[in-house]
Design a protein around this ligand. Sequence first.
Ligand code: TYD
Ligand code: MG
Length: 456
Amino acid sequence: MAKTSTSFFCKNCGASSTKWVGKCTSCGEWNTYVEEVIHKEKIDYKSTWKESSNTQRALKPVPINQVEQKNDVRLVLKDGEFSRVLGGGLVPGSVILIGGEPGIGKSTLLLQIALQFDNLKVLYISGEESDTQIKMRAERLPYTNDNCYLFTETSTQKIGKAFQELQPDIVIVDSIQTLQSELIDATPGSISQVKETAGDMIRFAKETGTPVFLIGHITKDGTIAGPKLLEHMVDTVLQFEGDRHHVYRILRTTKNRFGSTSEIGIYEMQNGGLREVSNPSEILISQRDEALSGVTIAATIEGMRPLLIETQALVSQAVYGTPQRNSNGYDTKRLNMLLAILEKKCGLRMGMQDVFINIAGGLRVEDPGIDLGIVAAIVSSYENIAIDSKICFVGEVGLSGEIRAVNRIEQRLSEAEKLGFTTIYLSKFNKLPKQSTGIKIIQISKIDEMLSFLFG
Ligand code: TYD
Ligand code: MG
């Protein structure tokens, strides 16, 4: 093997040392040294590879106006949800990192994607499962691809050789934490290994224009395991999330160099793999005959898509000294704020009540436009008066109880109308679309105004 040497560097101050040390002699920090390769033998993918025009570099600085703009070369996936989350398809040479809890369905999702490309050569590298295990999973899925190759290998050097021989069009790595570079002693999954092996995969992607998917494990606090740097190195970071006990899964972008980061894709985990859910509102609103207290429908927006979701609240007399505030899918701090507003501005005695909030379907909503729906659900449960199931709500609540305007009101209105709602409560400050809608719009400026409409 050619000249290869490794050295140890402090992650904090960058000082180097020939051997590992526990405490940095330069900055005094503990446990910051990681091993890194200094010279390495490079596999020259290019020598055997199809030339990829879009990754060629200019040899000298060029004026931006003279840079040739290529037409859209995105590869549209059969999976519409995934394509949308990526910003309209796969960009050649892009590296996509997908993180999620164990058992959530990362391997299933990517195997499914691999099998859906029936005319492209896909290489699925697994360091976690054997060929037979993957085959067993593939048997459950309703797709087949004669050009999908499995490779159960963890050494990036051997994987590099496979790249040269097979010349895949798409590569999937399950998972980056199991890969290992033979040039480094550290164990797979350690910071230096993850950095080195991800670097190899990214170099391969950029030099050959092949899209690479990397599956990443996440740590207890929900971030992708390994160096934060990993997220900086790749082009797109996706999170696959959901409650393992629910069937719905959400694919969310947290970084995307080639598209918006506010998109989500919704899937349903079935016996035969993940099914795309293209009309989420219908599944997020439970089918019920009678109106129940504590349940309201909020018109929200996730990414570019309007969604109507069910918000549920339970308010009951606190048994213990300190009332409990618990929320699933909605920010607890914001819930506390809404309760304080109800107490101060509307005179409801929330201080002595336990309050529980739940967003149906295991969804997590960040759009502040659902505040009004949450407030209505809380008061409905508190008063034990049901709200008509044909009413929905949208609006952000401000600290003095005022209802603020929300964005994309036209989309929210048309979605609500499409799903058969007859009345919507929204802020007085929202400009309404010019053409009249079939839904009755009640505009209000303060919470107490809405409460007197609803509960008299
Ligand atoms: P998996 O893809 O192995 O999760 P991860 O790679 O994120 O750890 O999926 C795990 C779960 O998905 C497992 O509990 C079984 C379930 N599953 C289905 O419900 N239907 C299916 O068709 C498949 C393949 C898996
Ligand atoms: Mg897996």
